[in-house]
Every structure is written in C-alpha cells, then in structure tokens.
Design a protein around this ligand. Structure first.
Ligand SMILES: [Zn+2]
Length: 410
C-alpha cells in the first residue's frame, strides 16, 4: 500500500479535536469559527506538501495537485467538514482527509497526470445550522442564488449572509463560486456508509451505485368516533385498525422489493382517548429506492390497497405525495474503474445504494461521479460514537488513489 495509513489516521484525530463538545462529539457548523479553524488545519497539511490552497466565494475549500498543462480538466475529490450538532469525526471529514492524503501521496510519488486533481471541502453540507443542506456544492454548480442565501438564518436569528460576511466571505460574489462544468473531469467522494451493510458483509469498503430517490406520503383515514364500551365490534368504523392493516401491508410489500425501504415515522390519532374509538388517523410513509420507476409503482400499489381496505371498513381515505426527490446514479465508467481496482486489490466488491444525500448528488448534475463507502461501526452516525478503523480508511484511500491512476490511462 502506498497510502500512509498512520499519517491519515493522525489527520483524522487532529481534525476530530476541532469543535469538541462536552458530550464527547463534534459541533462544527457552517460559517463558524470552528469550521474556519478546521480549514486552517487542512491548509497546513496541503502547504506542507507544497500544494496550492484556495477558497471560493462561498467558502468551499480547495487544494490542488496540478497537471502539466494548465488548461487540463480538473478531477475533484472530497466531501465536507461541517458536522451536525454533537456529531462524529468521520462523517464528511474522512472523505476530505482521504482526499488530502491522496494528494500528498501523488506529490510524494511525483506522479504526472493529464488532469489536475483538487481536493474539496464543501461548506454547509449538513445544513445543521441554517436548516439548509448542500449549499456549498449547490453554489459550486451555480444552482444557488443570492435570493436563496437570504432565506436562511440560524436559531440565534443570525442571517446566513451575515454569518458569511463575519467569516470574511462576500455573498455578493456568490456567482463566482460557480465552476465551468466543461473544465471538470468528475467528482469522486469517499464517505462513511452510515449503515450496517458493509459490516455485515465483512467488507472494508463498498461501491456506491447511486443515491436513492425518495417519496413522502401522507395518508389520512377518517372513520367514526364511538364509545369503547358500548360500540359492538361489527358496528365500528375504526381508522386506526384500518391504518394498522395498511401499515402491515406496506411492510410486506416493501420486503419483497430488493433494497427498497419504507418507514412509518409519524402517526397521529384523534381524539386520542383511551376509551374512545378514534375518529381520524393520519400517518406518513417514507419510501426510498434507487429506481424512480419502482417508487412510483409502489406509491400506486399503496394507494390502491388503501382504497380497498378503507372501502371494506367504511373509512374515508386520502393519500398525498408531499415530497419527491429523484434518485441519482453514479457514473458507470467511473464505478467500473473502481470495481477493477477493488478486484485487483482482492477486496470484496459490495455494491450498495446510499440511503442518505451527499454532495455527489448535486455534482452529478454537471459531471461524472463515483462514490466509495467505508465500513462504519454498527452503522452509527451523526453521533459521538461514530467510528471507522484506520485500516478501512486507508484501504478506501488506496482505492481512490488507484482509481485516479487508472483514470489517467483511459
Ligand atoms: Zn456527510
């Protein structure tokens, strides 16, 4: 292995000290002094390897390993360094530091590439402070306007634009953060899995097939309230019993579908008395899969079944799709290279979708993308106990490094 496992682990530990909370986690929010301090640390790593460092108008941070030809395309590798409140030290940070380790290794090996390689730390991926999310990468592809920026303020009432100005950025220059997609070769992101698939498969890393699409449903069922003691069972129109039947159907339906997931996370019962047959029930369904076609089919099946069960029980039903997010696929040419690298390194090549959103899904709109997941202990994330081993992170870095070398040959 060419990657310096020890050096990478040391960087993980050092960055993991910035934004420490009393609860043992990390709070490193967008446009905070902690995020600024983190960027300073990244700067020292890159400058030690004599690499150029710069930031764009949005506060996205870059380090550059240049190609011989100045007009060459740029391959981006990275992730984010902002965290959620009391989060862990691997989410985002692992991808950025692996990017830096890869750049340092390229420099040490004196590799000549036909494209520039830039490590990027996108700002405000988590959106924890401003209830936003992926603002840095959206600015980078030119999808974010100043009017958008003005919509956000944090819990203390500080507008996002003021927070940016306080950290030395100029929101008025936002448009300059947009990169010409013609000059991009692609975007490769390493991220912790934040799930248990790789751990269960005993695989250090996994190949991400895409970022799942999402449908949020709200289902409302109206029946007839009644006395729990005096209403015989056959005379009831109980919307909660109807919901129970429907939720059991949804669980069975989704279990038959490979990799799709469904969750009922909210359920309200009215009037909510211990001795009252409910009059109205409302619940949500969160549906995710890598195929938008499949998601739309599942929504239709749930809708049909809801009508049938409700009719049988004398219940009025209403189903609304309240949120749609389309699935994003990683680029086949990139994932094929990654798969070849993993085979050459005799690593198991587990292919899995990402159930969470990442900057890569924004970048996918303008350039080819590839993602590698790193095994995450017990799938725990957004929590101080979040953990990935030094060895697994180094393996991911080596896969990324070898993928870049392969990209140069094709
Ligand atoms: Zn993340």
């Amino acid at each position: 292995m060419i990657i310096n496992c020890e050096r990478l682990w040391k960087m993980i530990q050092q960055l993991g000290e910035i934004g420490r909370t009393e609860q043992g986690g990390l709070t490193r929010l967008a446009f905070s002094k902690e995020e600024q301090e983190a960027k300073q640390l990244l700067r020292t790593y890159l400058e030690a390897a004599h690499l150029t460092v710069y930031e764009d108008a949005m506060g996205n941070f870059f380090g550059r390993y240049p190609a011989e030809a100045a007009e060459a395309e740029t391959l981006l590798i990275g992730s984010h360094i902002d965290t959620v409140f009391n989060g862990g030290k691997f989410d985002g940070a692992a991808g950025v530091l692996i990017g830096i380790e890869v750049l340092r290794t390229l420099a040490e090996q004196n590799v000549t590439l036909p494209f520039h390689v830039e490590v990027v730390a996108f700002t405000d991926e988590e959106g924890a402070r401003f209830s936003s999310g992926m603002l840095g990468s959206q600015a980078f592809i030119g999808q974010l306007t100043q009017t958008d920026l003005e919509k956000y303020s944090d819990q203390a009432g500080i507008p996002l634009v003021d927070a940016m100005i306080n950290q030395g950025y100029q929101p008025i220059q936002l448009a300059k953060a947009k990169r010409d997609p013609e000059k991009l070769k692609g975007y490769l992101e390493v991220h912790i899995e934040q799930g248990k698939v790789l751990e269960e498969a005993n695989a250090p890393v996994g190949l991400v097939t895409g970022i799942v699409g999402l449908r949020w449903l709200k289902i409302n069922l109206k029946g007839e309230a009644g006395h729990a003691g005096t209403t015989p069972m056959h005379l009831r129109k109980d919307p909660l019993a109807c919901a129970a039947e429907l939720i059991t159907f949804i669980e069975a339906l989704i279990k038959r579908e490979n990799q799709a997931v469904a969750t009922v996370g909210q359920l309200s019962v009215k009037p909510g008395g211990i001795n009252v047959i409910p009059a109205e029930v409302e619940f949500t369904v969160d549906l995710r899969d890598l195929s938008d076609q499949k998601l739309d089919r599942l929504v239709t099946e749930i809708e049909k079944k809801a009508e049938r069960i409700a009719e049988k029980r004398g219940i009025a039903t209403e189903l609304n799709v309240i949120e749609i997010s389309k699935a994003v696929h990683t680029t086949t040419t990139v994932t094929e290279l990654m798969e070849t690298v993993m085979n050459e390194q005799q690593l198991p090549c587990i292919k899995l979708p990402s159930g969470a959103g990442h900057d890569a899904m924004i970048l996918a709109q303008v350039t080819p993308i590839g993602m590698i997941f790193v095994r995450t202990k017990e799938g725990i994330s957004h929590h101080p106990a979040e953990f990935a081993t030094a060895d697994d992170l180094a393996i991911a870095a080596q896969v990324l490094y070898d993928t870049i070398i392969k990209m140069a040959c094709y």
